[in-house]
Ligand binder design. Structure first.
Ligand code: FAD
Length: 303
């Protein structure tokens, strides 16, 4: 068996693997797509000490760093089941069963998409999902935020300090965000909130986003909003479906962990966007991966 088996090859999984391998223990990594969300990222400007990089470069760096150690890297392999027996067993989609004394789950998350024409085409060319990451790219420009929940309204308040104007489009007839946030957003002169608005299309000029279309659900009329950026804030879905009946998840499906990255199953740790850790960012996931690996090592020397 492995001492530590990491499931997931994003920043959290890579950090966990490196920290584990540096303890000289037998370490494996299973990843459906090595690099995770970072592979889909264009500009990265908040990875501290690296002023600017991009997703593919950072992913190449992660892989080189992991392979610098004696780590079994199993790419394009998906975990479908986890069970604690004598060891923790992880079953892969291809039927293989991997055994390990400890497991670190770092399967990340995915942004819920609008599924409208133009969204995929202009992803990274005006369609964005992370205001902390991409907000500054729209300095002085007009932007829209899709979604009036906490993350949408927080994004609008955040963007209002950077961009020229923010239009929030909420599908329902009320905003689902906390009152304090709604009051704050409503008080800002450069934020407009439109309710009962169904986004129908992302409009671009072939290179970049230039606007979006929405339908007013009360009147059925279609409107065009002229924006350079569209922040989609309709939910972040943790990749934890295969763990549903195995360990404790929050009501949003995030793996509940303690300060050591420990889950509800002894010897099973978790890190990064798939967990209850607040704020989903590369640097935060890496910190979580390091914590989970040290947590797992601690567990190994005590058991
Ligand atoms: P992920 O990166 O989601 O990696 C999850 C890994 O698990 C992947 O390897 C995946 O294939 C694998 N996996 C999932 N399910 C299974 C399974 N069942 N079996 C095996 N493997 C599985 N953050 C920043 O700090 N700065 C930015 O500029 C920035 N820009 C972003 C731009 C975009 C477009 C997106 C989508 C995100 C951005 N983020 C940014 C957020 C950042 O990418 C995430 O916070 C970070 O990647 C989370 O790392 P993770 O390792 O927890 O998960």
């Amino acid at each position: 068996p492995y001492d530590v088996l990491v499931v997931g090859g994003g920043p959290a999984g890579a950090a966990a693997a490196i920290y584990a391998a540096r303890k000289g223990i037998r370490t494996g990594v299973v990843a459906e797509r090595f690099g995770g969300q970072v592979s889909d990222t264009m500009a990265i400007e908040n990875f501290i000490s690296v002023k600017a990089t991009d997703g593919p470069k950072l992913v190449a760096g992660l892989e080189q760093h992991v392979l610098d150690y004696d780590v079994d890297l199993m790419k394009t392999q998906k975990a479908v089941r986890l069970e604690k027996k004598e060891f923790v067993e992880v079953e892969l989609e291809n039927g293989a069963i991997l055994k390990s004394k400890t497991v670190i789950l770092a399967t990340g998350a995915r942004w819920r998409e609008m599924n409208v024409p133009g969204e995929h085409e202009y992803r990274g060319k005006g369609v964005a999902y992370c205001p902390h990451c991409d907000g500054p790219l729209f300095k002085g420009k007009k932007t829209a935020v899709i979604g009036g929940g906490n993350s949408g309204i927080e994004a609008a308040i955040d963007l209002a300090g950077i961009v020229e104007h923010v239009t929030v489009l909420e599908f329902g007839d009320t905003l689902r965000a906390d009152d304090v946030l709604v009051r704050k957003a409503e008080s800002l002169p450069n934020v407009t909130i439109i309710k009962e608005a169904m986004t129908t299309e992302v409009i671009g000029d072939g290179e970049r986003v230039i606007g979006l279309k929405y339908t007013d659900r009360k009147t059925d009329e279609s409107h065009l909003v002229d924006v350079a950026g569209i922040f989609v804030q309709i939910g972040l879905v943790p990749n934890s479906e295969f763990l549903k009946d195995t360990l404790t998840l929050s009501n949003r499906g995030e793996i509940v962990i303690d300060g050591h990255g420990q889950t509800s199953i002894p010897g099973v740790f978790a890190a990064g966007d798939v967990t209850t850790t607040p704020y989903k960012q590369i640097i935060i996931s890496m910190g979580g991966g390091a914590t989970a690996a040290l947590g797992a090592f601690d567990y190994l020397i005590r058991n």
